[in-house]
Design a protein around this ligand. Structure first.
Ligand SMILES: [Zn+2]
Length: 230
């Protein structure tokens, strides 16, 4: 990295390797994304509700989740016929399409040494679901090297792809429904204190109403500008 860019190497120097390097990231989550896009998407989707009073905001979020859960449930029930969710199947198909790039040598029934045309070589362990490139370990989706070994052993990739990506698991995630609620006129009165906004006063300047993503992008832009001067 230092050969390519001195500044980039210095910038990474004080960062914890398991936050940016595939070789150090834990494989527990079965996710190869290191982004907080999930929070950003949620934040921007509730933009319309964020300046509402607390109860109205909660009602808006309930309706939003109720619709979203049902749409996802319908999609998986009516449109997805395969074993795996379509985006995952696409990744597997792409990896299959690159099998011609791999030459696998059998070491024993579970271990293969896989070489690629670019000179790289990886050790694949079918028993533990690992490959030297770590893509399989991190994501749970067999990389092209793993598929090459699976194919050579005449096995089914279904058994080697993490169950989290199966359509039946997706359906399980969205099986619980957000139940409908009666309007406020029908609610039972309680002697609890009604929820009120926090008493923090008003901040100086125009109130912010931007999605988290936009704020992050602006921030990143600032940081980028700083890096370029380095
Ligand atoms: Zn691999």
């Amino acid at each position: 990295m230092r050969d390519l860019d001195e500044c980039a190497a210095d910038w990474f120097n004080d960062k914890i390797p398991n936050q940016w390097s595939r070789s150090h990231v834990t494989d527990f989550s079965k996710c190869d994304m290191l982004l907080n896009n999930g929070c950003e998407s949620f934040n921007s989707s509730i933009l319309e509700a964020r300046d509402k009073p607390i109860l109205s905001m909660c009602e808006w979020i309930i309706e939003y989740l109720m619709k979203r859960m049902q749409v996802n449930r319908d999609t998986a029930e009516q449109r997805w016929a395969g074993s795996f969710c379509p985006k995952i199947q696409k990744v597997i198909d792409q990896n299959f399409a690159e099998l011609g790039d791999c030459i696998s040598i059998k070491s024993d029934n579970f271990h293969y040494q896989v070489s690629c045309h670019d000179g790289r070589q990886y050790s694949v362990d079918l028993k533990n679901g690992t490959c030297g490139c770590r893509k399989w370990d991190l994501s749970g989706i067999p990389c092209k090297h793993a598929l090459s070994a699976i194919d050579a052993q005449r096995l089914d990739y279904y058994e080697f792809t993490h169950k989290y990506y199966r359509v039946d698991y997706y359906r399980m995630v969205y099986a619980p429904a957000i139940m409908p609620i009666n309007g406020r006129d029908e609610w039972n009165p309680t002697d609890q204190i009604p929820p009120m906004p926090p008493n923090v006063g008003r901040f100086v300047g125009r109130p912010k109403k931007q999605g988290g993503e936009k704020e992050m992008k602006l921030k990143r832009g600032g940081e980028k500008g700083k890096e370029e001067k380095c």
